[in-house]
Design a protein around this ligand. Structure first.
Ligand code: OGA
Ligand code: MN
Length: 293
């Protein structure tokens, strides 16, 4: 793919208040991009925060090869069924409700997956994730994205001042499907739960822009606050972060690949009919550094 690729980058929501959030890259085969084409994609991913590529036909090895162009990969996270990955390919995390021979082939079931950032309970979360659609239910299972730069920008001055300089605890007990990660004993007190503390307001290492960094709501805690004060403050911040006018909902087709910047977005998934099949393969690209203020 040549340098003309930049003409193929189309914002998904040009009329939104945050019009740069999300873009589709059209007429591209991710198996056949040259270095200049890759650099255009990499820059578009920084500029637009998430990118949609439709009509791909990728093997797991193709998915890994494209992912590795962004850097070293993290292994699939531990989920409710342990670590479900493609046999022999621990980099590929399977998101699926499909049961085969009595065992779940993947994670997150068919219920709602609540707003979250991937693996932010780790000291160094992945900088990006990409999800590739192999099987899609006839309806439901849409994935939404929210814009954590716009969330920060939309905060009133008093909330911005209150958030700046704080750290938030990112819980490692529950995944976004509400399931307990295998091997974790749940505690009711977020201060004692496994997880990492990260700044609540971070500076993106590549764009230099400020963003809110929330991770997930359940069992979150703002360091130095008592639990009711922390909960009330988090609820206020979350209302800004998930303001529908600043979010985008993606309806999947088989062959779609969505790549997101895991530092400056969050995502969630709608539930779908549990008797339908949904199979997605995901990779996650290692972060270069912990989130920083
Ligand atoms: C993920 C995730 C939601 C979905 O893969 O990180 O949250 O739509 N998936 O499958
Ligand atoms: Mn996720």
């Amino acid at each position: 793919m040549s340098s003309t690729l930049s003409h193929n980058i189309k914002p998904l929501r040009p009329a939104a208040p945050n019009p740069g959030f999300g873009a589709e890259v059209t007429a591209i085969d991710l198996r056949a991009i040259d270095d200049a084409g890759f650099e255009t994609i990499r820059q578009a991913w920084i500029d637009h925060q998430f990118l949609l590529f439709r009509g791909q036909s990728l093997t797991d090895h193709d998915l890994i090869a494209f992912s590795r162009r962004f850097g070293e990969l993290d292994h699939a996270p531990v989920q409710e069924n342990g670590q479900r990955f493609v046999p022999g390919l621990p980099e590929i995390y399977i998101v699926s409700n499909v049961i085969q021979d009595g065992a779940a082939i993947g994670s997150l079931g068919a219920g709602e997956a609540v707003w979250h950032t991937d693996m932010s309970y780790l000291p160094k979360p992945p900088k990006a994730s990409m999800l590739y659609a192999l099987e899609i239910p006839p309806s439901g299972g849409d994935t939404s994205f929210c814009d954590m730069y716009a969330a920060f920008d939309s905060l009133p001055d008093n909330l911005r001042a209150r958030a700046t300089g704080r750290r938030v605890k990112h819980d490692g007990t529950y995944n976004s499907g509400g399931y307990i990660r295998q091997g974790v004993t749940p505690a009711d007190d977020p201060r004692e739960a496994p997880g990492a503390l990260h700044p609540l307001v971070c500076i993106h290492p590549e764009s230099g822009r400020r963003m809110l960094y929330l991770g997930r709501r359940r069992m979150a805690w703002i360091e130095g606050m008592d639990l009711p004060e922390s909960a009330a403050f988090l609820d206020e911040l979350w209302a800004y972060a998930t303001e529908p006018a600043l979010c985008f909902t993606h309806r999947w087709r088989v062959g779609d690949l969505v790549l997101w910047d895991n530092r400056c977005t969050m995502h969630r998934r709608d539930p779908f009919d549990a008797t339908a099949r949904r199979i997605m393969h995901r990779t996650q690209i290692k972060g270069a550094a912990p989130p920083a203020a």
